[in-house]
Design a protein around this ligand. Structure first.
Ligand SMILES: Cc1cc2nc3c(=O)[nH]c(=O)nc-3n(C[C@H](O)[C@H](O)[C@H](O)COP(=O)(O)O)c2cc1C
Length: 324
């Protein structure tokens, strides 16, 4: 869903958009070529700056050699590392990214606990640490805190261990300017939004999928963290401490009532075979979203989203200060 039109629109508006390489680094070349064209970016030479988009890799199943090839060729501004089998794998990836880009590509790592953030900071000295809270849409740690306690605890722990200079970004449940203002007051240098950009004009998802995002409210109740989505889709292989948050649907309901994986998988495949089958509580199609989904109410251009977030966050911070 996060392809070149979305990533470049976010970057052009003053954020940084990430392309999702997911588990398969070989597919990302064409998106990067398109991003380069859309941004009218000149070929890399000694004087040129990196391509102003990032690329996200899901480490546990990604091939580091293909990733390095793509990084060497396109030199993206940042690489996003997520879900290593062990924190030490981040070291290998960090070294490879820095070597392939001649140090021009920043290394961002997304982590979900205080211990992992401190360990990663010490082992691979990332340029940015993204702290992912339990409200986040998509995959993340099954056991974790929300950003309201996680971000300040990570900030304190990093400062204690001598890593206080590494910028922290908050991710998970952040859907509007109020949430961005809150993230900044928690000690984050910025915010990461996934769910909100599912409602960007440039996001590549089917209309029924986008409608489901707009329709879903009360995210703490209507979404759930579970491994059922991966089980029915067959996307198994995630590290054991991960699951994913999405709209609670019929597959989850059936699993909770005791249906076995094979039967649940069969029903899911039947729903997929019907085309983009039914969504929502009664459906089986998977809609990964965070608890902030209830704040996502309209489709907007990515530029309007980024500019609105920045404008609203600044206004709220000023209003809050004026209150005291
Ligand atoms: C549909 C969807 C797909 C995602 N895919 C990935 C992914 O491929 N790699 C990754 O590191 N994070 C992924 N995430 C998680 C994001 O990195 C981020 O933690 C999350 O979107 C932040 O929470 P929010 O969705 O509440 O804004 C995904 C999130 C969503 C909603």
């Amino acid at each position: 869903m996060a392809k070149a039109p979305l990533a470049t629109a976010v970057s052009r508006a003053g954020g940084i958009g990430f392309l999702a390489a997911g588990l398969d680094a070989s597919t990302i070349s064409s998106s990067l070529s398109q991003a380069k064209k859309l941004l009218d970016h000149q070929d890399q030479d000694a004087s040129s700056s990196p391509l102003p988009v990032g690329v996200g890799f899901v480490l546990w199943g990604s091939d580091i050699a293909s990733a390095a090839e793509v990084i060497r060729k396109f030199v993206p501004a940042a690489v996003w590392l997520f879900s290593p089998r062990k924190v030490a794998d981040l070291v290998t990836w960090t070294e490879k990214v820095r070597e392939a880009s001649d140090g021009k590509t920043q290394v961002w790592v997304q982590l979900g606990s205080v211990a992992a953030a401190v360990e990663a900071a010490g082992l691979c000295k990332p340029d940015v640490i993204v702290v992912q809270g339990a409200d986040a849409g998509g995959h993340g740690l099954a056991r974790g805190a929300g950003v309201i306690s996680l971000v300040p605890e990570v900030a304190d722990a990093l400062a204690r261990e001598g890593h206080g200079h590494i910028p922290l970004l908050a991710a998970g449940g952040i859907s509007d300017g109020r949430c961005v203002a809150a993230a900044l007051t928690l000690g984050a240098s910025g915010a990461v939004l996934g769910t909100r950009f599912l409602a960007a004009k440039e996001a590549e998802l089917k209309p029924e999928h986008a409608e489901e995002v707009l329709r879903t409210a009360d995210g703490g109740v209507s979404t759930v963290r579970t491994t059922v989505f991966d089980a029915v889709r067959g996307t198994t292989g995630w590290p054991a401490d991960y699951d994913g948050r999405g709209v609670a649907n019929r597959s989850v309901d059936d699993a909770e009532k005791g249906m076995g994986v094979e039967e649940n998988k069969r029903l899911y495949q039947e729903a997929v075979a019907k085309g983009d089958g039914e969504r929502g509580k009664q459906g089986r199609m998977i809609t990964y979203v965070g608890t902030g989904v209830g704040l996502v109410r309209e489709i907007q251009s990515a530029a309007d989203i980024v500019e609105g977030l920045r404008r609203d966050a600044m206004a709220i911070l000023e209003q809050t200060r004026a209150k005291f």
